[in-house]
Design a protein around this ligand. Structure first.
Ligand code: SF4
Ligand code: SF4
Length: 283
């Protein structure tokens, strides 16, 4: 079985330093790699792009960053749309746009459902991130974006299909838009930090005439009696049940804590919500 490249991005470790973005620019802007890629224009192209998303409402707010690029799809629509080899997939899994054969073929830009292909007006070329194939072929062990990432949010590996499947299953990696059916080779972890929403709040109870935090309570989000997601309250009584679907409707929230009566309330999810201070009654 042939080993093929894959990229792994841990959203929880990405701090938006943009080193990966800059490394890609440094590699390609003003530089031609014959047979691999024509120069990237100085402005207007984000072969590696970073999007930022803020969730929640004060005082419970978080921010996540999502690096995106060509997914090096195994079942790539850009390759399928190219009948003359202008876009092709190498044996090592890297998808390439031939800088000579693709010249003038603007339609290639539209073949990517991820919007990962950019049009270079000056060169009259569709272009995208090529996993630094020109460096890999000279013996590099990782693309420059991976080398430049200070938090190891972005890593790469060359694996056979069985090893990749095992890693994906064991470590909980997933892909963007699996419904496209393109079988990307760029994998994400903690993606819920960007694509899902949370319900949060602060649990308090009366103790000696004053409000005190309730730590260690279990907060369950249920639908039709089944627990969909849960979390524990921390030492400040704060809880955040994450990974819920945006706009996914109404759930029952059940708070259980030793020495207190169970508290139940209905929660309707549009985007992430902070429910405020919730009081528990002593049992
Ligand atoms: S992400 Fe787009 S450009 Fe990259 S391989 Fe998939 S379809 Fe092609
Ligand atoms: S270099 Fe790493 S931490 Fe910085 S933006 Fe890119 S993926 Fe995120």
């Amino acid at each position: 079985m042939t080993d093929k490249w894959a990229l792994f991005i841990d959203v929880a470790k990405c701090h938006n330093c943009r080193n990966c973005y800059v490394a890609c620019k440094d590699e390609h802007v003003g530089n031609a790699y014959p047979g691999y890629a024509a120069p990237q224009p100085r402005h207007g192209h984000d072969w590696i792009a970073i999007s930022t998303r803020e969730r929640g409402e004060a005082p419970m707010v978080d921010v996540a960053h999502l690096p995106t690029m060509c997914n090096q799809c195994e079942n790539a629509p850009c390759v399928a749309a190219s009948t003359d080899g202008a876009v092709y997939r190498r044996d090592d899994g890297i998808v390439m746009i031939d800088p000579d054969k693709a010249r003038g073929k603007r339609e290639i830009v539209d073949s990517c459902p991820y919007g990962a292909i950019w049009w270079n007006d000056e060169e009259r070329l569709p272009q995208k991130w090529i996993f630094d194939a020109h460096l890999i072929d000279r013996g590099w062990k990782e693309p420059r974006c991976v080398q430049a990432c200070p938090t190891a949010a972005m890593t790469s590996a060359k694996l056979d299909d069985a090893a990749l499947a095992a890693r994906v299953a064991n470590e909980g990696w997933e892909v963007l838009h699996p419904e496209f059916g393109t079988r990307p080779r760029v994998y994400y972890r903690h993606l819920y930090r960007y694509v899902a929403c949370f319900v949060g709040g602060t649990l308090v109870a009366q103790a000696n005439g004053v409000d005190d935090c309730v730590a260690g309570a279990t907060v369950e989000i249920r639908r039709d009696g089944s627990v969909v997601a849960s979390a524990k309250s921390d030492d400040f009584g704060e809880f955040k049940v994450d990974g819920l679907g945006e706009g996914s409707g109404t759930y029952e929230m059940v708070v259980r804590a030793s020495g207190y009566r169970d508290a139940r309330t209905a929660v309707t999810l549009g985007a992430s919500r902070y429910l405020g201070v919730l009081r528990l009654e002593r049992a």
